[in-house]
Design a protein around this ligand. Structure first.
Ligand code: C2E
Ligand code: CA
Ligand code: CA
Ligand code: CA
Length: 283
């Protein structure tokens, strides 16, 4: 038993070492990855729950690493946050996805404005040139500010003072939508929402998961109903993440959620996928 225990520790150590080495390797490779064009963006549609039409798309970044293959954001966004590379990386994501959205927009003028959702990390939020850069990206692309939605996590805004909220207020005044991402996972006081310059609540996937069972847990349903009615009374739109089944979609539609996102509609994918969905909507 003693030997086995020892081995177990040795194995755990080896795994921890391997993770540390990979993390170190990824961290040192990050700055050049941007210059080498190793990042790319997948887009996941956001649909209207009422009629299933495409409302917009969320930009989700991936890293095509020369040795490790395609890495999801959970593997490198925290590292990029830590090293500060998130600022140039986030700038690239914004620029690229706004350019892409403008391309879709120009080809689907009859379908109403298509929204593009871009994630903002806390470091970007604190960066002094956030507003100027966003204005610059929008102006150069030709996309109207109202087509852009910046997603900020609830945890990034907890305890936010006026200094932190000021750039978001400025963006909101220009017509950019601000969404509160992963809503329900933090500790934010619902009454506090009124203070924040947000116009969209993105209900975290954990709520949708609670509705997987059929029939859904009545307490979960009541909680979501409560959030939706409060959000609507504050003039906020509600988007739900992680919709994986038709039954979930139907339940969320009945509760009054506005838009949804999840594998039931489409996994994140190449920009062409959004293009064909828009073409399908147009007929
Ligand atoms: P998020 O903003 O909450 O994005 C939604 C995540 O849920 C995405 O994971 C998406 O692929 C996944 N998802 C979508 N539909 C479903 C579903 O039906 N079921 C399940 N189980 N999952 C679903 P992904 O792409 O791995 O992104 C993870 C996180 O990385 C994002 O969470 C976001 O916080 C962050 N992220 C992604 N791109 C960027 C970026 O450009 N900048 C920053 N700062 N963060 C990013
Ligand atoms: Ca998001
Ligand atoms: Ca989210
Ligand atoms: Ca999430």
């Amino acid at each position: 038993a003693k030997a086995a225990g020892g081995n177990r520790f040795a194995l755990a150590d080896a795994e921890a070492d391997a993770r540390a080495i990979t993390r170190h390797g990824l961290t040192t490779a990050l700055p050049t990855a941007l210059d080498r064009g190793e990042f790319f963006i997948e887009y996941q549609p956001l649909v209207h729950l009422g009629d299933g039409s495409v409302h917009g798309a969320e930009a989700l970044v991936r890293w095509c690493h020369p040795q490790h293959g395609v890495l999801g954001p959970d593997r490198f966004i925290p590292l990029a946050e830590h090293t500060g590379l998130i600022v140039p990386l986030g700038r690239w994501v914004l620029e690229e996805s706004v350019r892409q959205a403008n391309f879709w927009q120009e080809r689907h003028t009859d379908g109403g404005p298509l929204r593009i959702n871009v994630n903002l990390s806390p470091t970007q939020l604190h960066h002094p040139s956030l507003v100027a850069e966003t204005v610059d990206v929008l102006e150069r692309s030709g996309l109207e500010p109202g087509a852009l939605c910046l997603e900020v996590t609830e945890s990034a805004l907890i305890g936010a003072d006026d200094d932190l909220l000021k750039p978001l207020r400025q963006l909101a005044e220009m017509g950019v939508d601000i969404a509160l991402d992963d809503f329900g996972t933090g500790y934010s006081n619902l009454a506090n929402l009124r203070r924040l310059p947000v116009s969209v609540l993105k209900l975290d996937r954990s709520f949708t998961q609670g509705m997987q069972h059929h029939p859904a847990d009545p307490v979960d349903l009541k909680i979501v109903e409560g959030i939706v009615s409060l959000a609507h009374s504050l003039d906020l739109a509600v988007t739900v993440e992680g919709v994986e089944t038709g039954a979930q979609a139907e339940q969320l539609r009945q509760i009054g959620c506005d838009t949804a996102q999840g594998w039931y509609y489409a996994r994140p994918g190449a920009p062409d996928r959004i293009h064909s969905l828009l073409l399908a909507d147009a007929v």
